[in-house]
Design a protein around this ligand. Structure first.
Ligand code: GLU
Length: 448
């Protein structure tokens, strides 16, 4: 009989020693493995075959130099990363993040999370993540292009539609995917549509991919509310962030009859009591690439706050869609005191462990990122499916598929939590359901 708690503590010690200083990676690993004790008890062969130990070790990690020249002729050196974490269920799959804060730690935590998220989609995708500490802010289109070309000049050796399929994440959208694909095509002499997802629908991209992460997080919230005989209609919501995920979460909330009163960027947040005007946010962020502060120039009844927390504003539904660890213990307390009923994570790991614990033990329905934001990567898998069959689906068909996938993920997490006497604990349900799926595939392949 294995002492599961002792075994899990030992595994965590090794992870900490082997990956010194990688705090976000440690945090992500801890959050998953501390829920797996009951699984090891029920299925001892996972412990015998050291599946958790294997799942915590990336299959491969590539780090490379990315030199490029800015518009003034100055040379810059950035660092590029691509981590292939687990390929038990399919080719490595996950986005690229371009942000000055990116370290190997960041990419490893994201790739680790992706393992479980991608398994939850039920689609044949493994997990990976990549990116660079490049800061795209205030760079011209030509600078972005030269950076992307240099980045792909190394990355192309490591990816392929059957090997590793990158997409976007923070700082990587349609424009960057275009430049990256162009360079890949040029170097390899192949029009290999399935090598990247998040492409423009005018040249092989899937409709709904752009909207999918935000829409999916809202569909997940809707499912959690249904269990409690409630709905999104008429609710006051806060969505942090104002990037791709936040914009389309706001859009779907508005479609479903909610009122979104606040959103943010790294400079501060706006509060618009009568409801955010989404067209203004899209114009500022998607077209003009400006700071959210500029919103108040168009709407004099809105407030801009450079200080304080967006979560101080009372809301019934909260969607953190900005970045990791953006919502801490204080914010969690405020949400609970203000009577929030549901929180669905659009960003990856947006709640600190302390915040997550408080929310989990409150009356708030808590949708963890691995489940709630899986709509983006799921639609990437639908894009791969369309590319493989040289097909293009309609918006309506793709959105229906996305909704169905999000309902299935919700059901899977809900039922799995119930099976382990943890009803309503979507975080445990998500970790256990996805772990079992990856673990069973790994067992089938033997010790590799
Ligand atoms: N970066 C997104 C995520 O965190 C999407 C990845 C993809 O589409 O491959 O899941």
């Amino acid at each position: 009989m294995v002492n599961t708690d002792a075994r899990i503590n030992e595994i965590y010690d090794v992870v900490q020693k082997r990956n010194p200083g990688e705090k976000e990676f440690h945090q992500a690993v801890k959050e998953v493995i501390e829920t797996l004790g009951p699984v090891l008890k029920k299925h001892p062969h996972y412990a015998e075959q050291k599946i958790i130990e294997r799942i915590c070790e990336p299959e491969r990690q590539v780090i490379f130099r990315v030199p490029w020249v800015d518009d003034k002729g100055e040379v810059h050196i950035n660092r590029g990363f691509r981590v292939g974490f687990n390929s038990a269920l399919g080719p490595y799959k996950g986005g690229l993040r371009f942000h000055p804060s990116v370290l190997l730690d960041t990419i490893k935590f994201l790739a680790f999370e992706q393992t479980f998220k991608n398994a939850l989609t039920g689609l044949p995708i493994g997990s990976g993540k990549g990116g660079s500490d490049f800061n795209p802010r205030d760079r011209s289109d030509n600078e972005i292009m030269r950076f992307c070309q240099s980045f792909m000049t190394e990355l192309y050796r490591h990816i392929g539609e059957m090997t590793d399929v990158p997409a976007g994440d923070i700082g990587v959208g349609l424009r960057e995917i275009g430049f990256l694909f162009g360079q890949y095509k040029r170097i390899t002499n192949r029009y290999e549509s399935g090598v990247l997802t998040g492409k423009s629908p005018t040249w092989g991209g899937a409709l709904v991919r752009k909207e999918a992460t935000g829409y999916g997080a809202v569909f997940f919230a809707e499912e959690m509310l249904k269990v409690r005989d409630q709905s999104i209609e008429g609710k006051t919501c806060i969505v942090s962030g104002s990037g791709n995920v936040a914009i389309y979460a706001i859009e779907k909330l508005i479609h479903l009859g909610a009122k979104v009163v606040a959103c943010s960027d790294s400079g501060g947040y706006i509060y618009h009591k009568s409801g955010i005007n989404l067209e203004t946010v899209k114009q500022l962020k998607e077209v003009e690439r400006k700071r959210i502060k500029a919103y108040v120039n168009e709407h004099s009844d809105a407030e801009y706050h450079a200080e304080g927390s967006i979560w101080d504003i009372p809301c019934e539904i909260a969607l953190p869609c900005a970045t990791q660890n953006e919502l801490g213990e204080e914010a969690a307390k405020t949400l609970i005191d203000n009577g929030c009923i549901a929180l669905s994570e659009g960003a990856n790991m947006p709640c600190t462990p302390e915040a997550a614990r408080l929310i989990q033990h409150s009356k708030i329905a808590y949708g963890p990122a691995k489940a709630a934001n899986a709509g983006g990567v799921a639609t990437s898998a639908l894009e791969m499916q369309q590319n493989a069959s040289r097909d293009a689906w309609t918006f309506e068909h793709t959105e229906n598929r996305l909704r169905e996938i999000m309902c299935n993920i919700h059901q899977d997490c809900y039922e799995t939590a119930k099976e382990f006497d943890l009803e309503g604990n979507y975080a445990a349900g998500a970790n256990i359901a996805s772990f079992r799926r990856v673990a069973d595939a790994m067992l089938a392949f033997g010790v590799i």
